[in-house]
Design a protein around this ligand. Structure first.
Ligand code: AMP
Ligand code: ZN
Length: 467
């Protein structure tokens, strides 16, 4: 399996630090609003990376934080007369709902910055002890950027060019030794949440949060660190400086970054009015469509969001789901073992799985992996009929489901409410009515309604359909 490492600017063979295991940290959102579809891109693509690693047999420890203390959260809380904690808690829940609806698996751990302050105080103290950080007169603690010799290695920037850039922008806050130094801990302002520290009552800088949460839940050295490409500099560069100076070992072996999602070929922004939350898209489409749309491009290519492309994703997804439903339906009505001809066809069908794997092994090329699934769907549609054995149909279905599972595409209808189960409940309801147990009859109707089953009483009896 090869992946493109931002650190080396090359596709490299993936070799985990510990055999059979993958440790992966993905920078999560700052929770002050509903997540937008740009935020959904790293969630979906790195969830797919995780799923593929699991498919390959790795045990994945996947950590993704919520940044729950930040200027934007505090501003929103002040505007709404709520506490920062109330605002962040609300949007963490909303984000988790969106993740669920996009079939993004919950992380092994979702740490919250505010719950990890002690670790941050410890790491900052270590950095001060080692000479990599200093407290200024007002209690702000800065990282001494120039002291870290490898600074710039991820973003491939030269520290002297950075310095020149900083000089031309007039820098405020003369308490820094050097304009390049960045904040590890800052003093509170009136009304802001704060924690006690040896330097001042205050709160952490953003970068230190991820260094600390990654260390605590994954260890000093990790396999993969990921996020959107806007995080390469300064966020990830600063994380490297902090973690490697504090821990004395390389931080992450592979750095993965997704390109941006644009809308109608323009940068997504609130001021341009071309800004969608995942929730808004969810009103119009099943969020599976959004997921499928995101995977139609390689994660390192910019992706344009438009109504046309969403419609195309919708019909593409339907083609796959319809094929899966067809296989399931046929499986229910056939029996028997594999014939020789079917064995041959199954052997042929392995080629599509190999194609899928080759695409995913090539830096998670989901665009090509999706093409392989379409080819496989075509193969299934062409080579399956009611004449086939159940063993054959089940084998084809299992493979389709396996590949779709890697992409996080659900082909099995929710909790698989089988027709037989529905009919059993309908019969029970009719019996209850005959016995004049209307309470039970109504209860069953509600139960069915909750499963999305709509009943219709007709002269010929009860008919039903899925909502
Ligand atoms: P933020 O809450 O701004 O820290 O962003 C959370 C994650 O979403 C980060 O990994 C960002 O890089 C990513 N992100 C933000 N906007 C976009 C976008 N338009 N396209 C792709 N990724 C984005
Ligand atoms: Zn981060």
């Amino acid at each position: 399996m090869k992946l493109y490492n931002t650190l080396t600017k090359q596709k490299e063979e993936f070799v985990p630090l510990h055999e059979g295991k993958v440790s992966m940290y993905v920078c999560g959102p700052t929770v002050y609003n509903f997540i937008h579809i740009g935020n959904a891109r790293p969630m979906i693509v790195f969830d797919t990376v995780r799923r593929y690693m699991e498919y390959k047999g790795y045990e994945v420890n996947y950590v993704s934080n919520f940044t729950d203390v930040d200027d934007k959260i505090i501003k929103k809380a002040m505007e709404e007369g709520r506490t920062a904690e109330e605002v962040s808690q609300q949007y963490i829940e909303e984000c988790k709902k969106d993740m669920h609806d996009m079939n993004v698996k919950p992380a092994t751990t979702h740490p919250l910055a505010t719950q990890e302050i002690q670790g941050m105080l410890d790491m900052i103290s270590t950095l001060i002890e080692k000479g990599y950080a200093y407290a200024a007169a007002d209690g702000t603690v800065y990282y001494r950027t120039r002291k870290f010799k490898d600074y710039g290695k991820l973003s491939h920037k030269n520290i002297d060019d950075l310095e020149a850039g900083h000089r031309s922008i007039k820098v405020t806050g003369d308490l820094k030794e050097d304009p390049l130094d960045f904040v590890l801990w800052k003093p509170k302002k009136d009304g802001e949440p704060y924690w006690e520290s040896p330097w001042c009552q205050g709160r952490p800088g953003w970068h230190i949060e991820c260094s600390v949460m990654s260390k605590k839940y994954l260890g000093d050295e990790i396999d993969i660190h990921a996020g959107g490409e806007d995080l390469i500099f300064p966020h990830h560069e600063n994380e490297i400086a902090q973690s490697e100076a504090a821990n004395g070992v390389p931080f992450a072996k592979y750095w993965l970054h997704n390109a941006f999602l644009n809308i109608d070929n323009k940068k997504m922004s609130k001021s341009l009015g071309n800004f969608f939350t995942v929730r808004e898209i969810g009103e119009k489409y099943d969020l599976q469509v959004l997921r499928f749309f995101m995977l139609s491009a390689h994660y390192r290519s910019p992706l344009n969001f438009s109504a046309d492309l969403m419609e195309a994703a919708k019909s593409g997804l339907e083609r796959i789901v319809t094929a899966a439903e067809n296989l399931q339906r046929l499986s229910g009505s056939t029996a028997g073992e594999l014939s020789e001809a079917e064995k041959d066809l199954l052997n042929q069908s392995h080629a599509y799985q190999e194609k899928f794997e080759a695409a995913m092994d090539d830096d998670f090329n989901t665009a090509d992996a999706v093409s392989a699934v379409f080819e496989y769907v075509k193969f299934c549609n062409t080579n399956v009929s009611g004449e086939n054995s159940k063993a054959y149909i089940d084998a084809l279905y299992a493979k389709l489901k396996e590949l779709c599972d890697v992409l996080g595409i659900i082909v099995e209808k929710e909790a698989e409410i089988l027709d037989a189960d529905i009919e059993k409940l309908i019969k029970e309801r009719q019996d209850a009515r005959k016995e004049k147990n209307f309470a039970r009859a109504d209860e069953i109707r509600d139960e069915l309604a909750a499963m999305g089953i709509i009943l219709k009483d007709t002269r010929e009896g009860v008919t039903w359909k899925r909502a």
